[in-house]
Design a binder for this molecule. Structure first.
Ligand code: GMT
Length: 380
């Protein structure tokens, strides 16, 4: 078989790391000459370019009066069968265990009745294991989908441990970390943009997330309020989600709202990261923390918790500092330590960029390709 493949990618289209990884991977595979078919219920948010090698197949969701709950997984399964059959895909790469891996396993079985053996690679991203995996009502399905996949990858060593601890796994699991395209990030200061956001003597702190409970956005506001009492700075809150209102209210209550900008779901985050001094990620669980890596690629120091795989990204005392979940006092002290010592902050920023370079796509893409080639019986 030739080494250019037709690859189906299934992912969540929403503002979040797994969708970003899946989209950037698909774009890179298409640039390398493969044909890539994205399959989802909406256009992935970072898939905003035209390429003759990239296709998007929308999963229409059935809405019959009989259904109290719409069976998205069945619509997705049917779509996968249809796309594999008609586009003659060689492989399906599904991101997130449910319903994606589970639908793919079903589709594989249906396709077998057509005489087609489609290999499935499942990438686990985090909450599918750390949150949903703890829910007994999903456990048998997640476990089955993982064990029936032809290949399984996770985004950190920590997630691998969690997966093996939470399920009875019979499959081998490869760790392939999140990646960035280092060339997309600006490491030079955009002086004009910085001037619009902060005065010359103010530092800029930034947080980006989907504002879900696990992100602990109120901790970001608490840390900022304490830091701002000692050293004048501004806070950029990028993204949106269920806890945004709580964070806005808290910033008013703590009297810092004029120094906090809630910027919503910005698509291009690189510009804002390039003017940031410190990125704050106080998550209660984070399998990898792609957004921290994106901040590091923009030469920003990191204040984060030590949950999940964050310590594989943010290196204690080198690229930033790590704390226990909820330890707002320590995260405040660590932020002040960096802001009070310009040369320490600059060293951490430089270290962050150097460490981020290890996760450049040129180092990570070959790892996925080698799995595809193995599953499709292609000589490298
Ligand atoms: O963080 C989120 O809520 C989004 C979530 C997702 O599924 O898109 O992100 C997860 O996958 C990312 C890409 O692999 C990881 O970098 C994030 O750490 C992980 N989030 C959590 O584990 C909470």
């Amino acid at each position: 078989m030739k080494n250019k493949l037709k690859i189906g990618i299934v992912c969540y289209p929403t503002y979040g790391g797994s969708g970003v990884v899946a989209t950037e991977l698909g774009i890179a595979l298409a640039e390398a000459g493969n044909e890539v078919h994205f399959i989802s219920y909406d256009q992935p948010f970072r898939l905003d370019l035209f390429s003759e090698k990239i296709y998007y197949h929308e999963v229409a969701v059935a809405d019959y009066p009989l259904f109290e709950f719409t069976p998205y997984e069945l619509n997705l399964t049917s779509k996968l069968v249809d796309v594999v059959l008609h586009e003659k895909l060689n492989i399906l790469h599904v991101h997130y265990a449910i319903p994606h891996a589970s639908a793919a396993v079903n589709a594989k079985q249906i396709l077998a009745t057509h005489g087609i053996n489609i290999p499935i690679i499942t990438t686990l991203h985090g909450t599918d294991i750390t949150l949903l995996g703890k829910d007994k009502s999903f456990k048998p399905v997640i476990e089955y989908a993982i064990n029936m996949s032809d290949s399984v990858t996770v985004v950190s060593e920590d997630l691998k441990r969690e997966t093996l601890d939470s399920f009875n796994i019979t499959n081998y699991i490869d760790t392939i970390p999140n990646f960035i395209d280092i060339d997309l990030y600006q490491q030079d200061l955009d002086v004009d943009l910085r001037r619009k956001i902060a005065k010359h003597d103010q530092f800029i702190l930034t947080h980006i997330s989907n504002f879900r409970q696990v992100k602990r956005v109120e901790d970001v506001i608490k840390i900022f309020a304490k830091v701002n009492k000692e050293i004048k700075c501004r806070l950029l809150m990028i993204g949106d989600g269920p806890d945004r209102l709580k964070a806005e209210e808290l910033s008013r209550k703590l009297g810092v709202s004029k120094d906090v900008e809630f910027l919503g779901k910005l698509k291009v985050i690189e510009k804002m990261l390039s003017i940031s001094d410190i990125f704050i990620l106080p998550s209660s669980t984070e399998s990898f923390g792609l957004v921290a890596l994106e901040a590091m690629a923009s030469k920003t120091a990191i204040i984060s918790t030590n949950s999940g795989g964050l310590s594989e990204v943010n290196i204690e005392g080198l690229t930033g500092f790590l704390s226990d979940v909820g330890d707002v006092e320590k995260m405040t002290r660590d932020t002040l330590k960096l802001l009070r010592d310009k040369s320490l902050l600059d060293t951490f920023k430089t270290n962050a960029l150097l460490h981020a370079k290890k996760f450049d796509i040129t180092n990570i893409l070959p790892k996925y390709k080698s799995i595809y080639y193995k599953l499709c019986n292609i000589e490298k």
